[in-house]
Design a protein around this ligand. Structure first.
Ligand code: PTT
Ligand code: SF4
Length: 625
């Protein structure tokens, strides 16, 4: 069987920064076929190799970069990579997805994944040049921002080199620091940048010259070519190329789901000044994208006036939503400046926007004294106050030392009901969709395997089409289906999901491409089963870390239940806890989990996770049969 095994290098590169050593571990064909790559590899490695209870910022935590069997191949939008770790923001499983040359270079260098453990004695960076691996001194790079660092490393290693790095936020262990690449690609919202910083690891540079293994490269090229052509034929293609993810902002306003003033409202009075059309007409100066993509969506806008005049930044919807309306800012010139600061410093824009909005409201309500923010008084729409607040969070000054831990811990520290307006689930801040009107999207946030991210099930669009007020079992089935496709298939094959989501690329391409690349055809049933196995194992990981679980952990912030919208066409709307609980019951039932959200023993056995079930029982965690 081994000789006929294609599609994977079957090699995982381990680097131990404490001991200054590296080695390669081989994975078996069974491992590859069961877990495919990306998120599948990541959770399996974390489950097997991370000691339960490890402090996420200790040397023992593992930082994993994993590609998949389709990554880097000549097919739509395949230049992606998953970064994963035990999260310092949530205490559970965390991951993110970065579009970067580093994904392709890692494959060409001959690896399916890189796992970093230990902590370097002094600031360091790793250089991987095919099978040569060096740990180098990064004392002169420490403190550089993303732009400076990228320029410096490009000067040293050339444009071909793939790079992953952290900004000062990662160095300062801000719990929502991301891993950056190519100046403005970002991944690992649940603090993967802080994990990198805790290891004294400033950057990873990868250069590869080898082949990417495929069973039938001609077939991959042929199917890939057809898929590229379908992408371009999509009726939405031209609009997508013009506005990218920003195209959704006007729709969010229309639907009352645009996060406004810390998710108090779903419509923003300044929305018309910052939407996709305005971005494309008045601010866009060029667009860029990830490797192998023919629908590039990195729209770079330039500030035309004001304090940030001449600054350029990539304008994705989430960045604009969270650093615009959610802070009451209606000027794209200012938003560009804030996004650029976040990219350069290496903050996650979503959690940053949410944390600054939380602080604004806490000050407004008298729960937080500006004196504890070094005199900075954050105010809706006041960009200068947010520039200053960002610095305070970065440096951990005053209450900034708590805000840098994210909204959940900050709310616990403040008490007095602050947790109701800390817009997070499991500790990860909600992405840029207000869910006052949307029980389905609320459930998607509640059950996302990393905390409140939209990546696994961006259900809001489908939910609007079906009707926000139809809260039936089918809604839950659709959410789970999306989780299987987006969180399962795309995060393990490791390609961008946007060809499927935004221009409607037929999903049938993916099993066919997998077969051409690996020689194994997995139909949708088998793929969904694989996705469910991953979801189960991720949930077990959380339960193992926490030692308990209950449905509150899968419930979105109380603001959406208790405080109706006060403006816009859906004025008065709010979530209903009984409706939410019914949806959650159905969700658990369909997944084969018990009423507390813990996978049943029978479910785990059916998925080949009997040993993992036994481990939990040995730890004293009772599983329902
Ligand atoms: C993703 C999250 C998102 S989701 C956005 S914008 W989006 C934010 N982008 C940030 C940024 O930029 N700078 C910054 N400092 N922080 C940021 N945090 C936010 O991170 C991204 C694209 C986008 S743009 C999306 S939806 C899709 N996400 C994919 C995914 O998750 N999986 C997948 N297989 N394909 C995807 N394709 C799309 O990729 P996280 P990127 Mg990102 C400036 O990282 O942790 O997953 O959070 O990766 O290379 O920047 O591409 O409207
Ligand atoms: Fe990257 Fe956008 Fe292309 Fe996806 S669609 S690969 S995020 S440029």
């Amino acid at each position: 069987m081994d000789n006929e095994f294609y599609g994977w290098h079957r090699k995982i590169l381990w680097v131990d920064l404490s001991r200054g050593k590296h080695w390669v571990e081989e994975i078996t064909p069974d491992f590859a076929l069961q877990w495919i790559g990306g998120r599948g590899f990541a959770i399996r490695i974390l489950w097997d190799r991370l000691e339960p209870g490890t402090d996420p910022l200790s040397p023992d935590n593992l930082l994993i970069f994993a590609v998949g069997p389709l990554t880097g191949l000549p097919l739509p939008s395949s230049g992606k990579l998953v970064v994963a770790s035990k999260s310092p923001l949530t205490g559970g499983y965390g991951d993110g997805n970065v579009g970067t040359k580093a994904s392709v270079q890692l494959r060409k260098a001959g690896y399916d994944a890189l796992v970093v453990t230990g902590k370097a004695e002094k600031p360091s960076y790793i250089v991987i040049n095919n099978n040569e691996v060096e740990i180098k001194d990064a004392s002169d790079l420490w403190g550089l921002d993303s732009e400076e660092l990228d320029n410096e490393l490009t000067g040293r290693y050339g444009r071909k080199a793939g790079m992953l790095y952290i900004g000062p936020a990662g160095e300062n262990l801000v719990r929502f620091a991301v891993v950056m690449s190519e100046k403005d690609r970002a991944g690992g919202r649940p603090g993967m940048g802080a994990v990198m910083g805790s290891k004294n690891l400033k950057a990873i540079v990868v250069v590869g010259d080898g082949d990417m293994p495929s069973k039938d490269p001609d077939k991959v090229r042929e199917i890939g070519k057809e898929a590229y052509s379908d992408v371009k034929k999509s009726p939405n293609y031209d609009h997508w190329m013009r506005e990218g993810t920003m195209g959704i902002l006007a729709w969010c306003q229309e639907m009352s789901v645009l996060p406004t003033y810390n998710f108090r409202e779903g419509v923003f009075e300044g929305a018309d000044k910052i939407n996709g059309a305005v971005m494309a007409d008045l601010f866009k100066v060029f667009q860029k994208g990830c490797p192998q993509c023919n629908m590039v969506c990195g729209n770079v806008g330039e500030a035309k006036e004001g304090r940030f005049q001449g600054i350029k930044a990539e304008l994705d919807y989430e960045n604009v939503g969270m650093l615009g309306p959610n802070l009451g800012i209606d000027d794209l010139n200012d938003i560009i400046g804030l996004v650029k600061m976040a990219d350069n410093l290496g903050f996650d824009t979503i959690s940053l926007g949410s944390t600054m909005a939380f602080a604004t409201e806490a000050v407004e309500k008298g729960l937080l004294d500006p004196k504890d923010l070094n005199g900075v008084k954050p105010r809706w729409g006041d960009t200068d106050s947010y520039v200053n607040l960002m610095e305070i969070i970065l440096k951990g000054e005053g209450f900034g030392s708590i805000l840098k831990l994210g909204t959940k811990l900050a709310a616990i520290k403040l008490g007095d009901g602050a947790i109701d307006f800390a817009m997070q689930v499991k500790g990860l801040e909600v992405s840029a969709y207000d869910a006052h009107v949307a029980h389905g999207m609320a459930l998607a946030f509640g059950t996302s395997p990393i905390g409140a991210h939209h990546k696994d099930a961006w259900y809001i669009y489908r939910e609007a089409l079906r009707g926000f007020d139809v809260n039936d079992r089918k809604k839950v089935e659709e959410i789970i289906e999306l989780q299987r496709i987006r969180g399962g298939l795309f995060e393990t094959f490791v390609t961008c999901r946007l060809p499927f989501v935004e221009v409607g690329l037929n999903l049938d391409y993916y099993p066919k491409l997998l077969e051409a690349a690996t020689g194994h055809y997995l139909d949708m049933n088998r793929l969904f089963n694989m996705a469910d196995r991953i979801y189960d194992l991720i949930r077990l990981f959380w339960v193992r870390e926490f030692g308990w679980w209950d449905r509150k952990m899968d419930t979105p912030p109380m603001r959406w239940f208790k405080e109706p919208l006060t403006t816009g066409p859906r004025k008065g709307a709010h979530l209903d806890i009984n409706v939410y609980n019914q949806l959650l019951d159905w969700y658990y039932e369909i997944r084969g989990w018990d009423r507390n959200g813990i996978p049943r023993k029978s479910t785990l056995e059916a998925r080949g996770l009997a040993n993992e079930a036994k481990m939990l029982e040995d730890m004293g965690i009772k599983l329902t049969p």
